[in-house]
Design a protein around this ligand. Sequence first.
Ligand code: INI
Length: 164
Amino acid sequence: MAVEISGSLDAQGLRLGIIVGQFNEALTSRLLRGAREAAVRHGVKEDAITVVHVPGSFELPQAARRMADSGNWDVLVALGCVIRGETAHFDLVAGEAARGIAEVARETGVPVAFGVLTTNNTEQALARSGGAQGNRGFDAVEAAIKMVSVHRQLNAAASAREKD
Ligand code: INI
């Protein structure tokens, strides 16, 4: 029979680190609100949440790496907002944030969700941070929680195979 693994949204007992950029704070604070809402909804205790503020999206991977290496958090979520219209180095900042966050997750084994908005304008960012198109902060926390569950099930499957 085929084995199927799919992430659950049960976050009880999880220690969650949220890293959030201060650049475009009017927008990233909305992502943060959504992220906290998702965490509490799925069972993360308020005192098991750590929020780290960094200057901008470029710095997200730097803090994420330290937190992942420390072993003090089960799962991390990086939140930021990069708006194309407002920066000539959009591609550099957005690209480095995405690349760096992915690298931390792959190299440390700690799931790190990507909750960075990359939009053409403020209107699009508002829509995706608690507006008509939902809240990417909320979504990122759900993705992170699911990945913890996927990792745990993969570990369990691997140990079951070893016993066979
Ligand atoms: N940081 C962002 O998070 N969003 C942006 O749109 C942005 N712009 O426009 O430049 C931005 N720049 C700051 C960058 O993340 C670093 O904090 C800065 O370069 C110092 O390292």
